[in-house]
Design a protein around this ligand. Structure first.
Ligand code: AMP
Length: 282
């Protein structure tokens, strides 16, 4: 596995692959890798000649400096994990100036309203930061396919919109959520939880499966929301930031369900000052 620490070395490598007409699969990450990340690379390995991973904790997508400071960083462990997996040919760990050659600021994007819901509402500027780093990485790596997790479903739609707006010939592929045994969605942030909180955090997925059951039983959106709020009120170790039911296309919060529309529930929860997100298709 090759390791590149700057965009110049990466550029030479990419040119060689393009000259050989090899297809490139890519998945960006912020490191502190887990099996969820590896599942993206496993899929990329099956569908491309060359697989590239990146690790970069992108400052502009954090609206909370404490969250940025505390974000787990385990580059040595990450590189070992990627090597062992044998899914990845290249790992790119750019320096800040490779992504932000001038100022560390975001571009402003118009994601047609997708950026104003949920994560965008509660983390102002988040998707401009995500768009900025992903655009730079896409332009440097020129992948044929890029892999993103369903766990960040809103981000997945935003990236689809990004390649549409920029007219980039990249196929954006969604990968299913990998969960711990108790149902908690795998996340780098789980490392920051105490063992007890990590165990108790199963209630996040439980609340989503409960919402799905209520949806199947023809409850209204308001009834489902009320039940989930109550569920968290009974669990004071968890603070519900939002629970939203929205359509899968525009991500607009729904009040009345229609028959031919696919809906999804989204949740963000704090426990021990760690912010966890999850989602389920209804
Ligand atoms: P992150 O390092 O958190 O920015 O995540 C990098 C990519 O991995 C994103 O596309 C995430 O959606 C994806 N990802 C994160 N957690 C999981 C998971 N539990 N299962 C599958 N993919 C995931």
């Amino acid at each position: 596995m090759k390791i590149f620490h700057n965009s110049k070395d990466l550029k030479i490598f990419i040119e060689e692959q393009k000259n050989k007409n090899l297809s490139i699969g890519f998945a960006p990450t912020m490191g502190a890798l887990h099996q969820g990340h590896l599942s993206l690379y496993e899929k990329a390995r099956k569908e491309n000649d060359v697989v590239i991973g990146s690790i970069f904790v992108n400052p502009t997508q954090f609206n909370n400096t404490e969250d940025l400071k505390k974000y787990p960083r385990t580059p040595k462990k990450d590189i070992d994990l990627l090597k062992q997996s044998q899914f990845v040919d290249v790992v790119y760990l750019p320096e800040i100036q490779d992504i932000y050659p001038k100022k560390v600021i975001s571009k402003n994007y118009n994601f047609h309203g997708l950026e104003n819901q949920m994560e965008g509402k509660f983390r102002p500027g988040h998707f401009n930061g995500v768009g900025t780093v992903v655009e730079v990485l896409f332009r440097q790596i020129c992948p044929d396919r890029a892999y993103f997790g369903e766990k960040d479903f809103q981000q997945f739609l935003i990236i689809q919109k990004l390649v549409e707006i920029l007219n980039l010939p990249i196929e954006i592929i969604q990968c299913p959520i990998l969960r711990e045994e108790n149902g908690l969605a795998m996340s780098s942030r789980n490392q920051r939880l105490s063992p007890t909180a990590r165990k108790n955090a199963q209630i996040i997925y439980q609340s989503l499966t409960k919402a799905k059951d209520l949806f199947k039983n023809k409850k209204t959106s308001l009834e489902i929301k009320t039940e989930i709020k109550l569920f968290f009120e009974k669990n004071p170790l968890f603070e519900l930031e939002y629970f939203t039911i929205a359509d899968e296309e525009k991500l607009e919060e729904v009040s009345d369900f229609k028959n031919d529309i696919q809906y999804r529930a989204f949740i963000a929860v704090f426990t021990e000052n760690v912010r966890l997100v999850d989602t389920i298709q209804l």
